[in-house]
Design a protein around this ligand. Structure first.
Ligand SMILES: Nc1ncnc2c1ncn2[C@@H]1O[C@H](COP(=O)(O)OP(=O)(O)O)[C@@H](O)[C@H]1O
Ligand SMILES: [Mg+2]
Length: 311
């Protein structure tokens, strides 16, 4: 069963359609990068999933449960981190977490160990007795994430968790997200600035004016947008003509170019097919020194897809 299933979700504000029939399915463990410029409808979509806004029409389910029919049950399964979080400055860090743990009805005797766990996960153990107001912005952001974890939710809805952070704090958030990924959480993470989501999301969707213009596994999106992937192969100069000739005969190869000391291959096959390219070269006795797929550049995808659309 999908962990998140959105079908034709629509949200109208007075005279504006913020989300226009959005559909999306996420399997358990998926990390979905929800990308789009300001005003595209990311927050509105996330708030509907978080049961904080009623959809005008359409259906959203979390772990099989309808968000409008059973909001309480959905809330028990999600951790929602809003784009602007309220600060409870005169709380100590552990009190802040204890407050949310009690709101989620976690029994008092269970809370100290739980709080220690989430503090450790978010590397805030040393700040346990500090006041929230004494924390740096990056630490506050991590504390906010810690807060969304106290009830061990299956699904995390993170609305621009890295926005407004300096590069160092961004890296820390990213490390934390990787741990959450390893824990098997299903995560929706939105961004308008494209942080380095590419190496960490399993799928992405690009939203523009309330519509998902492209969505899917990250390399499928890449292929849809670029029409293929690029393989970079390093062979000694003397082997290059032979390599180019062999490559031209391999299925799914659309073109071969020399770029510096690399051969760049335009490739339309799947990841499973890709090993055939390397095998063909090896069988042809080409001395392959390195073989790699050009890195997925999310920024590039974004620019191609939204070209001319972004205000
Ligand atoms: N409460 C509201 N009332 C009216 N319009 C709203 C409200 N909240 C958001 N909008 C509008 O809906 C659109 C989508 O906003 P939002 O979901 O916040 O986008 P994003 O999070 O992608 O920046 C924008 O045009 C925004 O101005
Ligand atoms: Mg927003």
């Amino acid at each position: 069963m999908p962990m998140v299933e959105i079908t034709n979700l629509r949200k109208e504000y007075k005279n504006l359609v913020a989300v226009k029939g959005l559909s999306l399915t996420l399997e358990p463990g998926d990390i979905f990068g929800f990308i789009g410029p300001n005003g595209a409808g990311k927050t509105t979509t996330i708030k509907m999933l978080a049961t904080l806004l009623d959809p005008t029409s359409g259906v959203a389910r979390v772990d099989g449960i309808d968000v409008t029919e059973h909001p309480e049950e959905v809330r028990a399964r999600i951790g929602y981190m809003p784009d602007a979080f309220g600060v409870y400055d005169d709380f100590k860090v552990w009190e802040y977490l204890d407050f949310f743990a009690s709101a989620y009805r976690i029994p008092r005797p269970d809370r100290p160990a739980l709080i220690d766990d989430v503090l450790e996960l978010t590397t805030l153990t040393e700040k346990k007795e500090s006041y929230v107001e004494e924390l740096s912005r990056g630490m506050k952001q991590r504390l906010c994430l810690a807060k969304t974890l106290v009830h061990d939710p299956k699904v995390l809805l993170l609305d621009e968790p890295a926005s407004g952070l300096d590069p160092r704090a961004r890296i820390e958030i990213k490390e934390l997200l990787k741990e959450l990924k390893a824990m098997g959480k299903t995560i929706i993470i939105s961004s308008h600035i494209l942080p380095e989501l590419a190496d960490f999301c399993t799928s992405v969707g690009i939203i523009e004016r309330g519509e998902l213009i492209v969505a899917g596994p990250i390399d499928a999106v890449m292929r849809e947008v670029t029409g293929g992937r690029v393989l970079e192969i390093r062979v000694p100069p003397s082997d290059r003509p032979k390599a180019a000739e062999i490559l031209a005969g391999v299925e799914h190869v659309r073109g071969v170019k020399e770029a510096g000391d690399m051969l760049r291959v335009d490739y339309t096959g799947t990841l499973d097919d890709q090993s055939e390219v390397l095998l063909a070269l090896i069988y042809g006795s080409v001395r392959v020194q390195s073989f790699a797929e050009q890195e997925t550049d999310l920024e590039d995808i974004f620019l191609r897809v939204t070209k001319g659309l972004v205000a």
